[in-house]
Design a protein around this ligand. Structure first.
Ligand code: 6R9
Length: 646
């Protein structure tokens, strides 16, 4: 048995104490299976509706779904006002921490006032229900306030990650037709102020829909100013009334557009609507993380420029009246223990982060988390990519103290909320597997023709029933929506674009994007599988694997590896050893044709490795678009490491 298979065989039953008090028990699966729509209707009852729906789902014109037809609600009211009205105004909504160490504590009552003021300001600026508002902000509370102010008046927000280029911002403004940009002079990143306003000026200069730019003063950097167009948030919002009556909107009223990250060609504006989206983010946040609003302190480490930030920093936690931590900066600033310091300081009980972060912590070493009191933690979450069993176990032991269940959540920008994940009080956990479709979700693994596969086989992941938080379309392009997601297996089957395998117990293992599945001499090999094997070797901190075209085998496996500190000078012998290691672990067919030792890997802002760029290198091509990289100099560093002539 190989090392990773051995780890994959381990089970972690739900801790007894947690299971005894969990928000949902094992009966939930049965209940949802017997009456799927009734189950989601019950989940929707957790929200406050101005008008109840007549019909739970209208699926008469697939793939265009309508959920909670005839229902009306205000999303911001559900996230803020109703908690204040119920007497929880003094509860903290956010413990916010800036990178330089400045802090703000925002209660639900204060959040309500801020959201009302911002809503009044938007109205004053002529923003109407249905208008699009671009938000290009650092991780500061005003970003959340701006989102909720849009939701409150029925405007559609379109958040663009603050690290994206002016090009990316301009194309998204043009595609969405945004009338207003909310931004800041800058934010703090890696110890210094990083400007945002210049990118906005450049982007807005190239578009014609934007009337105003509303600028939060955060870093006090000098900014260029366009009179008549640019306004300080502090001037316009601060003087507004804290009274604003929230109008109820249709359940299918558009809530936001989020463009998917640059792993594909031109960005797709994923459209989410109100009632179904809020129902599923609130319910999953409560059930997947066993959220107890009176005692938990919840922290999602994502940026709000990513769907994880929308669903699990803003909408889910607020709808559930959670107390959250929100952090502006990077994990290594000013020191590598920064996150653990925050967990200790705020007594965080639930931590939700991405495998790439865990592997970075692994690289830095277990001594760092060991130096902090992490005993407040009771549950951990993972999202964004498959979590390899080694990282799972490291997370479990070194951050979770061996006592916290890890909830590995598979979902996408398009799905809006969790779709496949264990339930912490129910499921016996398997490191590396997302395991079970969430109650009320129908996920299957099929072959190329769409036939459902039995256990222990590898195929494509599809979703065979609509779900409340599903995307409703691609903004302005219904045809592309149908083509991209609902045509491969007909209009009733959603094609997720991920490879998956079902094991002998019927548990689901996600294998990465299908475009990341390699075909070597007719054998299907997942990039993730090879990466997982490489990182199981003690000398390897992180690995990315791509299939490069090969004249004889179709594709050849090329691996890029970052070594752990102590192994950095080991040279050619180590490369040989790694090849041998994979050969032994998975089989000779999986042994990489080439292994390149690098210092960094190119990643998108949401932490996904951009394999497209690594393939360009492996195949000696000009580099494609690098605008969505966290750090575009990474590609230069990698190229410098290559043998001359490549
Ligand atoms: C939430 C988010 C979606 C893609 C998805 C898949 C990968 C996300 C995962 C996972 C394995 C998990 N992915 N979570 N793969 N296990 N727990 O990440 O949205 O940025 O749209 O990415 O990410 O490949 O298709 P998004």
């Amino acid at each position: 048995m190989s090392e990773s298979t051995e780890l994959e065989g381990r089970r972690f039953p739900a801790p007894e104490q947690l299971a005894g008090q969990a928000n949902v028990g094992p009966d939930v699966y049965e209940r949802a299976a017997q009456d799927r729509l009734g189950f989601w209707a019950e989940a929707a009852e957790r929200l406050t509706w101005a008008q109840r729906w007549d019909e739970v789902l209208d699926w008469s014109n697939p793939p265009f779904a309508k959920w909670f037809v005839g229902g009306k609600l205000n999303v911001a009211y559900n996230c803020v006002d109703r908690h204040v009205e119920a007497g929880h105004g003094e509860q903290v909504a956010y413990h916010w921490e800036g990178e330089p160490g400045d802090t703000r504590t925002i209660t639900y009552a204060q959040l309500k006032d801020e959201v009302c003021k911002a809503a009044n300001a938007l109205v004053e600026l002529g923003v109407q229900a249905g208008d699009r508002v671009a938000i290009y902000m650092p991780m500061i509370p005003e970003a959340v306030v701006a989102m909720l102010a849009c939701a409150r008046i029925g405007a559609v927000h379109m958040v663009v990650f603050g690290g994206f280029s002016s090009d990316a911002l301009a194309s998204r403004i043009t595609d969405s037709g945004a009338v207003l940009v909310v931004t800041a002079d800058g934010g703090y990143r890696r110890g210094s102020p990083s400007a945002l306003k210049p990118a906005v000026d450049e982007a807005v200069g190239r578009t014609d829909s934007v009337r105003n730019v509303l600028v939060v003063r955060r870093t006090e950097q000098d900014v260029a100013w366009t009179e008549g167009r640019d306004l300080w948030w502090q001037d316009v919002v601060d003087r507004q009334s804290t009274e604003h009556t929230a109008e109820a909107f249709d359940a299918e009223h558009p809530l936001y557009i989020m463009y998917t990250s640059g792993t594909t060609a031109s960005p797709k504006g994923i459209l989410h609507t109100s009632g179904g989206y809020l129902t599923q983010v609130a319910y999953t946040h409560w059930a997947s993380f066993d959220l107890k609003p009176d005692t938990d302190v919840f922290w999602t480490s994502a940026d709000i420029g990513w769907v994880t930030g929308h669903s699990y920093i803003v909408y889910g936690p607020l709808a559930n009246r959670a107390t959250s931590v929100m952090y502006e900066g990077t994990p290594e600033t000013p020191h590598r223990g920064r996150w653990f310091e925050l967990i200790e300081k705020y007594r965080v009980t639930i931590m939700y982060t991405a495998p790439t972060v865990i592997r970075t912590f692994m690289k830095w070493g277990e001594d760092i988390p060991a130096g902090f009191d992490l005993t407040s933690l009771r549950l951990l979450g993972s999202v964004g990519e498959p979590i390899n069993p080694e990282a799972w176990l490291w997370y479990h032991k070194n951050i979770g103290g061996g006592r916290c269940p890890i909830v590995d959540t598979w979902w996408q920008t398009e799905t809006g909320a969790h779709m496949i994940n264990p339930l912490p009080g129910v499921t016996s956990l398997k490191p590396g597997s997302a395991q079970t479709p969430f109650p009320g979700i129908s996920a299957k693994v099929v072959d190329d023709e769409g036939n459902e596969l039995g256990d222990d086989t590898t195929g494509l992941l599809v979703l065979t029933e609509p779900w409340p938080s599903m995307l409703r379309t691609i903004w302005g392009d219904d045809d592309r929506y149908v083509d991209t997601y609902w045509s491969r297996f007909g209009k009733q089957v959603y094609f997720a674009g991920d490879g998956a395998k079902k094991d002998a117990d019927g548990d689901i293992w996600l294998l990465g994007r299908v475009d990341d599945v390699m075909n070597v001499s007719g054998h299907r090999i997942s990039t993730t599988e090879v990466e997982s094997s490489l990182v199981a070797h003690p000398a390897v901190a992180e690995a990315a694997v791509v299939g490069a075209s090969d004249p004889t085998t179709g594709q050849g496996i090329v691996a890029f590896v970052i070594l752990r500190g102590s192994a950095e000078d080991s040279g050619d012998d180590l490369v040989k050893e790694l090849r041998q290691h994979v050969r032994k672990d998975i089989g000779p067919i999986a042994s990489p044709r080439q292994i390149m030792v690098v210092q960094e890997l190119p990643k998108t802002r949401s932490g996904k490795i951009m394999r497209r760029l690594l393939r360009d290198i492996a195949e000696n091509r000009e580099l494609g678009d690098v605008t969505t990289l966290t750090d575009s100099s990474v590609m230069g560093l990698i190229k410098d490491k290559l043998p001359a002539g490549s």
